[in-house]
Design a protein around this ligand. Structure first.
Ligand code: CP
Ligand code: NVA
Length: 316
């Protein structure tokens, strides 16, 4: 039997592992796919392809946008809750990845430890997409970059400010994404909740190459100064439910509210990956107000995911 030669697969585990040019290309592709969808043009680029989606945590946006996106590209998506597949009963990641690779063309995984998606990627023969780990949320940040571009018509030269839990997935992927695209980024977080030192260090190195600034500090007023983009996230991420009460105290001074936002640029854009807790990390006045683009941001998950799927799968 003739040997089948396969091109080396590429995964989407973090923003940091992609080049600026690749991210730029993904953003342009996402914009083109969005336009095609709005104009009712068919986009059957992944006809007959199947995406397996493993979820070890809850999801509204990620699940529905990947599934809808795959259908819009002419393919199919399978929702695989870890509660229902043998992975949840102790079958190894290695065996699960190898078996699923025989059935599907790509895998998307939402899980706890980042090492879990890395292990999936190591053993899967098909591209693996990180649909959120405790450490990174790269597909969300691609959608955020698209949203910023649509509203500000550029990325380079803008200042992004993230407030709240600096040690979470959103902050880490934003640090990587902002500097890659030539934006300054400041992070306002209390002591003990600062970004992962390796991710912060790598972002600072990349920032030095790009001539942009990465600032981390405890003062929300200082960090938000002159920000073009203001971003926050929940104070207790999935898996941290038991710490939720204590975190309400720790982060109370980091709420994105009308008074704090006076220090940002007058035309600042507010983003939140959602789900949000109004009255905790953000006031209703901000998230439901004129500066907010959170529903454009949520919509853009769909377009960004389609661009990722097309890029990873079209040549497979
Ligand atoms: N922002 C985000 O990832 O939303 P879901 O948890 O609903 O997928
Ligand atoms: N930081 C949040 C993001 C949810 C999309 C969490 O991990 O729960």
């Amino acid at each position: 039997m003739a040997a089948i030669t396969k091109t080396k697969k590429k995964d989407f585990l973090t923003i940091g592992e992609w080049d600026t040019e690749d991210i730029d290309e993904l953003l342009q592709e996402a914009a083109a796919l969005k336009k095609a969808q709005k104009q009712g043009e068919p986009t059957p680029y992944l006809s007959g392809k199947i995406l397996g989606m493993i979820f070890e945590k809850s999801s509204t946006r990620t699940r529905v946008s990947f599934e809808a996106g795959m259908l819009q590209l002419g393919g199919h998506a399978l929702f695989l809750s870890s509660r229902d597949i043998q992975l949840g009963r102790g079958e190894t990641i290695q065996d699960t990845a190898k078996v699923l690779s025989r059935y599907v063309d790509a895998l998307m995984i939402r899980t706890f430890a980042h090492e879990t998606v890395e292990e999936f990627a190591k053993y899967a023969d098909v591209p693996v997409i990180n649909g959120l780990t405790d450490l990174h949320h790269p597909t969300q940040v691609l959608a955020d970059l698209l949203t910023i571009y649509e509203h500000k018509h550029k990325l380079k030269g803008l200042k992004v400010c993230y407030l709240g839990d600096g040690h979470n997935n959103m902050c880490h992927s934003l640090l990587e994404g902002a500097v890659k695209m030539g934006m300054d980024i400041s992070v306002a977080s209390p002591k003990g909740y600062l970004p992962n030192p390796q991710i912060l260090g790598a972002a600072k190195n990349e920032a030095a190459k790009k001539g942009v600034k990465v600032e981390v500090g405890e003062s929300p007023e200082a960090m938000i100064q002159n920000a073009d983009i203001v971003i926050t996230d929940v104070w207790a991420s999935m898996g941290q439910e038991e710490e939720a009460k204590q975190r309400l105290q720790v982060f109370q001074n980091y709420q994105v509210n009308e008074s704090l936002c006076k220090h940002a640029k007058a035309d600042f854009l507010f983003l939140h990956c959602l789900p949000a807790h109004r009255g905790e990390e953000v006031t209703a006045g901000i998230i439901d107000g004129p500066h907010s683009a959170v529903f454009d941001e949520a919509e853009n998950r769909l377009h960004a995911h389609k661009a990722i799927l097309k890029k990873l799968l079209e040549k497979c």
